[in-house]
Design a protein around this ligand. Structure first.
Ligand code: ADP
Ligand code: ASP
Ligand code: MG
Length: 421
């Protein structure tokens, strides 16, 4: 007998027929003798609608009330799945974040999980053979006794946190694609599924825009050593029900330690993001302390800055400074910089959202030189201008005009030999 967490995303619980299908996947694992905790997202489209209603009610609303509203979608799907499982003869009980509880920080809208009461779940497995159906995305801030949410896509993180809390053998993330691909399969039909991907690469893929897993969930899985299997809920529910914890070979993508992966390309995947915005400060003084005067007020306003480029100064006195922030933070960033104009001293301030970030990711880059050169040459050949570059040990990202995003992704996907044959 193994302990499993099974997480189902919004498209997997889109309506009652889909929920029935999910219940069959759950029944398969229960019938195989496993103890199962299920984590569900809201039905497809529900969270977007709830977010939209908050905006419609008041553009600037209290984050505590935002969480009250947007957490509601998961309450519906967890209750419906528990009802469906019971109707199929599977013992099940729903749990909201506040009931278990899943304790979080107070950062409404982007809370971090602090603790999950796994003991209650394991007791119920043992005493009643009961499947726990847990609402993803939600938590409770204990001191204020308020509902919190974990940020968009946060049910992945709920699932990994539950898996860590009950020492699960595996955390299965069921979604609408059958695994992690070399790039978004909706953009590049030639993308292929990876059998395995390392935590480090998955972390870069997620943080550079591959939304198949929330970044925080990968971070947590890596930190706690949770084995994550990404697979499709649209596969027939009778696939992969084995007595041991390991799934049938070739099913989904296992996110695991690097040393468990035998074959390794230099580049494992290409990610892209369109949700960043570019800010340019024209003619700032080229002297010590100016960067601090620009970035300190942004940090104080809790605005994350990603890529930064400073032009070479032509006259040794002035330079231009360009950097990126999340699009959602652009207006606030411009406001902060306008207020700090006198202390920074610049000629003009510009913001634009017509940009995309495209990244090549692979642990093989640690031991291979020349990846960046290859990448820049291929983009140049297609006439794609690079506006900024950032790198890590296993990643190279370029900032380009949004209009070229798909062309750049396809070009790099072919360049690094990732197209399926
Ligand atoms: P869920 O609702 O199940 O949480 P998401 O929409 O959050 O599902 O994530 C799944 C989507 O992620 C896929 O439909 C796919 O378009 C997108 N995606 C982006 N990059 C990748 C990738 N590298 N591999 C697989 N899917 C990807
Ligand atoms: N329902 C939430 C969202 O749409 C959480 C999730 O699906 O993971 O962001
Ligand atoms: Mg998701």
């Amino acid at each position: 007998m193994a302990r499993l967490v099974m997480k189902f995303g919004g498209s997997s619980v889109a309506d009652i027929a889909h929920i029935r299908n999910v219940a069959r996947h759950v029944r398969r694992e229960v019938d195989a003798g496993h103890a199962v905790a299920v984590v569900v997202s809201a039905m497809a489209g529900t969270t977007n609608q709830l977010v939209e209603w908050c905006r419609e009610a008041a553009v600037l609303h209290d984050a505590r009330e935002y969480d009250t509203v947007v957490s509601a979608g998961e309450q519906i799907s967890s209750g419906l799945l528990a009802i469906t499982l019971e109707a199929m003869g599977v013992n099940a009980r729903s749990w909201q974040g506040w009931q278990l509880p899943i304790l979080t920080s107070e950062a409404h809208g982007a809370a971090r999980i602090l603790d999950v009461n796994g003991a209650e779940l394991t007791r119920r497995f043992a005493e009643r053979g009961e499947v726990a159906v847990i609402s993803g995305f939600q938590g409770l801030h204990q001191e204020t006794n308020r509902i919190t949410t974990l940020g968009r896509g946060g049910s992945d993180t709920s699932a990994v946190a539950v898996a860590a809390a009950i020492a699960a053998d595996r955390c299965d993330i069921y979604t609408d694609v059958d695994g992690v691909y070399t790039t978004d399969p909706r953009v590049v039909p030639k993308a292929h599924r990876l059998d395995r991907i390392s935590y480090e690469e998955m972390l870069e893929m997620a943080s550079q825009g591959a939304k198949v897993l929330q970044t925080r969930s990968v971070e947590l899985a890596m930190q706690k050593g949770v084995r994550v299997l990404v697979r499709s809920s649209f596969d027939p529910p009778d696939l992969g029900g084995k007595k041991d914890a390991e799934p049938a070979g070739g099913l989904g993508t296992l996110v695991c330690h690097e040393d468990e992966i035998v074959e390794q390309n230099v580049v494992s995947g290409i990610a892209y993001a369109r949700d960043e915005a570019k800010v340019t400060l024209l003619k700032v003084a080229d002297k010590p302390g100016v960067a601090a005067q620009v970035f300190c007020p942004l940090a104080e306003a809790n605005i994350n800055v990603d890529m930064i480029v400073q032009n070479v100064s032509e006259d040794g006195r002035f330079t231009d400074l360009t950097f990126t922030v999340q699009s959602a933070d652009l207006d606030r960033a411009l406001e902060v910089l306008r207020k700090a104009k006198d202390s920074i001293g610049y000629l003009d301030l510009r913001g634009s959202t017509d940009i995309a970030k495209v990244s090549a990711i692979g642990v093989g880059m640690r031991s291979h030189a020349g990846v960046a050169a290859q990448m820049f040459s291929a983009l140049a050949e297609k006439g794609i201008n690079i506006e900024a570059i950032s790198t890590s040990e296993i990643k190279i990202s370029v900032l380009i005009d949004a209009a070229y995003a798909e062309l750049a992704v396809r070009t790099l996907h072919s360049l690094f030999g990732l197209d399926s044959r």
